[in-house]
Design a protein around this ligand. Structure first.
Ligand SMILES: [Zn+2]
Length: 332
């Protein structure tokens, strides 16, 4: 974890305060469901919340002290009143849920509650979901379930409704750009593109910036546009895309076509993903009509469909035809 930014992150502060008002009023719920898109640090939040709830002397803002016996056990990952289950091989079997329930029904050894953390509960099998539902209908007196999910709609509606729901929401792009720039010194233009690729989730954007993935994306986009402009060999670009993965190549093409569509209908600012190439894109958009963009997007969808229907299919010819049509449209 970074030394500069820490939990709760700025998009989590309201939820953090809500959780701690329950603690202050000594009415913790029996079950909590933390959900929202990936990349909002929900899991980190949940773990920090648990530590602050089991800490023997949290500070005024409910931060754990890091020094008491409970915090010590927590740091060594063997607190007697906390148990974690998560999916292995994308499934959570009923046995694991039953085990957790039996354990939660026992009296806590050291804390006010026993806490069972279930990561990505949407992977529970049907029978596991029903077992959990039964327990949620008559929860153990000293037990607290915390569910953390990136895909809440996949949970049983009855499970969702028996939990107190904490919905994590992506902050605005502007706020996140500001945060990534001030905390981690990334250039605002890089942050903006990373956030658009991450659908607005700041931690996902940060990860893509940290790993150098965004640099690779920017480079691919640059090469794609150069090839369309005739400054780089088209077959070479296609070879490069296929090597990377046909799917990634297709996504890059789609994102550029989408930018062009925005520009063609006169939207120059906010929605455009590749602002670092705005000049080139604007130049292209100038010679394209709406109908041409739609035709290119249609062709793109056909290719995407083929790839989904027949994974591993060689789409070199399809890609070539799409990019040649794109070039031809610019010359008309
Ligand atoms: Zn403590």
């Amino acid at each position: 974890m970074s030394h500069t930014a820490h939990v709760p992150y700025f998009w989590q502060t309201e939820l953090w305060q809500r959780c701690h008002s329950w603690q202050q009023q000594q009415r913790l719920p029996h079950a909590l469901l933390l959900s929202g898109p990936a990349g909002l640090a929900k899991q980190v939040f949940a773990k920090h919340l648990i530590q602050s709830w089991i800490c023997e002397q949290p500070n005024a803002t409910c931060e754990p002290c890091q020094q008491c016996r409970s915090c010590g056990w927590w740091q060594q990952e063997n607190h007697p009143d906390v148990c974690l289950i998560q999916a292995t091989e994308a499934t959570i079997p009923i046995a694991k849920v039953r085990e957790l329930e039996a354990w939660l029904s026992l009296k806590p050894q050291h804390s006010v509650k026993r806490i069972g953390l279930i990561l990505q509960p949407q992977y529970m099998t049907r029978s596991a979901s029903h077992a959990l539902l039964k327990t949620l209908e008559a929860p153990p007196a000293h037990g607290l379930f915390i569910l953390v999910s990136d895909a809440k709609p996949l949970l049983l509606p009855t499970v969702r409704s028996r939990c107190v729901n904490l919905d994590f929401v992506c902050p605005t792009i502007a706020h996140s750009v500001n945060w990534l720039n001030s905390q981690y010194q990334y250039l605002p233009s890089d942050c903006e593109m990373a956030l658009k690729y991450a659908y607005g989730a700041p931690m996902r954007a940060k990860q893509d910036l940290d790993s150098g993935h965004m640099k690779q994306v920017a480079q691919c986009i640059g090469e794609l546009l150069s090839a369309i402009e005739g400054k780089k060999s088209l077959p070479k670009l296609i070879e490069q895309f296929i090597k990377l993965s046909a799917q990634s190549g297709l996504y890059y093409i789609y994102d550029c076509l989408k930018d062009l569509a925005w520009l063609v209908i006169g939207q120059t600012q906010a929605p455009v993903m590749h602002r670092h190439k705005l000049h080139t894109l604007q130049h292209m958009a100038h010679s394209l009509s709406g109908a041409q963009i739609v035709a290119l997007l249609d062709q793109w969808h056909q290719l995407q469909y083929e790839l989904l229907e027949f994974p591993g299919k060689n789409i070199t010819l399809g890609l070539e035809s799409l990019l040649l049509n794109w070039q031809a449209a610019l010359k008309r």
